[in-house]
Design a protein around this ligand. Structure first.
Ligand code: SF4
Ligand code: SF4
Length: 438
């Protein structure tokens, strides 16, 4: 069986992004193969721990992928202060043709377009992919899944950092479908008080979203679990009311354009202009958006909201809302690069320490060692949609016994297979998930 078939059978999707099926992404030819170990989001440690513990598998997977993609330049991008991870990668890469690209601790260093520009000097156009400029980018967690697929193991677990307002931040490898409550327990529980006093961000603090509750399951793309006390500044940003945003844009936005000046995608010459989105929202005149196509280049990094705007406005959510509305109307991005790379681009990177301090998150910037996950999970709830595209079709029925690794859902068109993450009995099958009781 070839690499692409193995990756497809293993149900691998991009572990650090929107869940694009990896077997489709890798079925290409590209000069560069870039392993993304930049760990974009502050507070998360999962990629760092993966690089420390599985450096040899990352290099092995890169070589296997490069053989398929014909890549001659194999680069692992990570942060220079990730001492143990850098040492492990250097040791594993020695004599293999894989090189390291070491970066400062800035945000958003793991943004795919930013990373491609930093390494190749080429700009991925709006509406395009890294492949358009001769690059394939894969997260280090995805590469570890590829190494496992080569060994015949499907994706059944996820390495996740549990940080924020917990007693002992940890990084753990858990079965897909584990409820987030079990992960909070694995981190020694909440700092003080009870669950009613907290809300949980799934993912990183900047691009993550609010969990519906402690039952929310871990998916193939979950990178972090961050409980924060109610009333924390970050949570305020996550509770978005567009009507209120429109009123604030009208009353407060002074069109200073700081949000655009600091936007990493604008710095790449992609014409992203959040201040124009605010202008269009406050005046209710779509024409004031300027280049509408550039909205598609917004990567939702949140820098315009969390760092640039001195008035606490939320241009990133406005950009996201406009982008979704366009897609909802069937508008497709067209490939274009409208401007030139800002000569001061390297000065526009935001130091993570300063960002954390602004967001009142500095106290949560703690180590999160990789520890065994010892909690007995009685039931997992495995979503049938953990990828871009339609949900998988269930191929098991309620009451049927399954073993960890059994295929329980197959893709319908674009997608990736879903496997049982624990051995047990199928407790429930719906259009959205399959529950398995241990
Ligand atoms: S949203 Fe904030 S940063 Fe952007 S133009 Fe308005 S006031 Fe300035
Ligand atoms: S979220 Fe804001 S800063 Fe980030 S890419 Fe979009 S517009 Fe630019």
């Amino acid at each position: 069986m070839g690499l692409i078939e193995r990756v497809c059978e293993a149900g691998i999707v991009g572990a650090g992004g929107a869940g694009f099926p990896t077997h489709i992404k890798l079925d290409a030819k590209a000069e560069y193969l870039i392993a993304n170990g930049a760990e974009c989001e502050p507070l998360l440690r999962s990629d760092r721990r993966i690089m420390e513990s599985r450096a040899a598998d990352i290099v092995r997977a890169m070589r296997a992928v490069a053989e398929h993609t014909g890549s001659s330049k194999l680069v692992i991008a990570t942060k220079s202060h990730y001492g143990a991870a850098v040492a492990a990668l250097q040791k594993a890469a020695a004599g293999t043709g894989v090189s390291l690209h070491l970066m400062k601790s800035t945000y958003p260093s793991g943004d795919e377009q930013t990373l491609v520009y930093d390494i190749t000097g080429r700009v991925v156009p709006t509406g395009g992919l890294p492949l358009d400029v001769g690059a394939v980018v894969s997260n280090v967690a995805t590469l570890v899944n590829i190494a496992d697929a080569i060994d015949g193991k499907p994706v059944t677990t996820k390495v996740i950092t549990v940080s924020g307002a917990v007693k002992n931040p940890v990084t753990v490898e858990v079965p897909i479908g584990t409820p987030v409550g079990a992960l909070v327990e694995a981190a020694g529980g909440l700092e003080t008080g009870n669950a009613m006093d907290y809300e949980i961000i799934i993912g990183g603090p900047l691009m993550g979203f609010l969990a519906r509750g402690l039952d929310e399951p871990v998916t193939k793309t979950t990178g972090g679990i961050l409980p924060l006390p109610k009333g924390h500044k970050m949570l305020g940003y996550k509770h978005v009311n567009m009507e209120k945003q429109a009123k604030l844009a009208k009353a407060v936005c002074c069109q200073c354009s700081m949000c655009t000046q600091i936007c990493p995608r604008a710095a790449l010459g992609l014409g992203v202009s959040p201040h124009k989105a605010m202008r269009a929202l406050s005046s209710e005149r779509g024409k004031l958006l300027g280049n509408v196509n550039s909205l598609f280049s917004c990567c939702d990094c949140g820098i315009c909201t969390y760092y640039a705007c001195n008035f606490g406005l939320n241009p990133s959510v406005v950009m996201g809302t406009f982008k979704k509305a366009l897609m909802g109307q069937g508008v497709k991005p067209k490939k274009e690069t409208v401007g030139r790379v800002d000569p001061g681009i390297s000065n526009k990177k935001i130091p993570v320490a300063r960002l954390l301090s602004r967001l009142s998150l500095a106290k949560y910037d703690r180590d999160a060692p990789l520890v065994p996950f010892v909690t007995q999970v009685k039931e997992v709830c495995i979503p049938l949609k953990m990828h871009i595209g339609a949900p998988c079709k269930p191929v098991v029925e309620k009451g049927v016994p399954v073993r960890a690794g059994t295929v329980i859902g197959t893709p319908q068109g674009l997608g990736a297979a879903v496997h049982a993450s624990i051995s047990g009995v199928v407790a429930e099958v719906s259009g959205e998930y399959i529950a398995i009781r241990a």
